[in-house]
Ligand binder design. Sequence first.
Ligand code: MN
Length: 445
Amino acid sequence: MSNPSNPIPADLQATFDPQRKSWIESANDAACDFPIQNLPFGVFSTASHENARVGVAIGDSVVDLAVLHEAGLLRVPAGSSGAENVFARAALNDFIALGREVWRSVRVQLSSLLARDTTSGATLRDDAGLRQRALVKLADAKLHLPVEIPGYTDFYSSKEHATNVGSMFRDPKNALLPNWSEMPIGYNGRASSVVVSGTSVRRPNGQLKLPDQERPVFGACRKLDIELETGFIVGRGNALGEPIACENAEAHIFGMVLLNDWSARDIQQWEYVPLGPFNAKTFATTISPWVVTLDALEPFRVAQPVQEPQPLDYLRHAGNHAFDIALEVLLHPEAASEATSIARTNFRHMYWTMAQQLAHHTVAGCNTRVGDLMGSGTISGPTPDSFGSLLELTWNGKNPLELKSGGTRGFIEDGDELTLAGWCQGEGYRVGFGECVGKILPALK
Ligand code: MN
């Protein structure tokens, strides 16, 4: 594989096999987000069993890992927390804390249990009673926030996005500030307002500085926007004062989610100097419910863009550290019969890698914890239809988008539902992220 610091054991390699099929037939559909090659982790409950617990999505179903563990079908290797059922929890943190060897072992065991043609799958496949207890239809599952998030950081790592915003808010001739190409710029966000896909988001109120008035007014945001991002979940933290080396940083990452960093552009433009975004970003951040592991993404590893100037030593890593993840944004007005696809781009365009973000985040000594969420920054591609925010797509509202159902949009209106989607295209299958959805409610009066 193309990352020398991350050798892939043979049993893990087998879980990537494009030919592997599941006895859960819906997982074998080429358009399904959750084939046997994916196996993303999440937290769910059902009407008949209200305790939230850990599950894995496959096809149109969720596999209840707490049930599998109880039935003795899922071994968590010795040396970890032993008899404790880390899957009978309302968050992934206790499972994640067991470390990468355990994540990989559980992936290998699940792939084998769910594969059509392996004998070790027979116990679940051929036991109707167990199958009934362990498999829940996705349509019947309530999906929860997958991790308890101690801290949330958001980066600003797309060169195209930073250039577009710099051109609009400052000066097109010097759109990128000199520090941008030397480090992954970021800010500490609010973990408390991270919500799971499907949660409605209320339009924020705040200070708006209108161009023709000397002082701000207080009122509802008029320039409500999305930021198309991914986020990674820290799987192994670091102690205070002990930075994570760039070369080892991926071993600290459990997996990725889609992330919508809702943004109030008018509040942001007035408040962001000198300390960066505050209320423009703190009202909500939506993430997708399924964490796609870095292991599942391994076959989609690609080279990151060439970095010029060459980064300082602490930000260097050999090999390939970008991932080929197709991304799309859909906007669906409340009364409309159909959604409009407003942007299509790819995570591989990101200038700074997740490993570099984590190395930079910790280089001054900052500790990170299991479950910490790190946003990529808005993912904009090189073409106008690949921009990851309405701010860029409409150039600050100047060029409204035409919607399929009629009407136009400069920014988001009340009742609009925004959906982010993402997937890695394999041969005959795709490793999908599912959806990251949020609908906008009117501001409080
Ligand atoms: Mn952002």
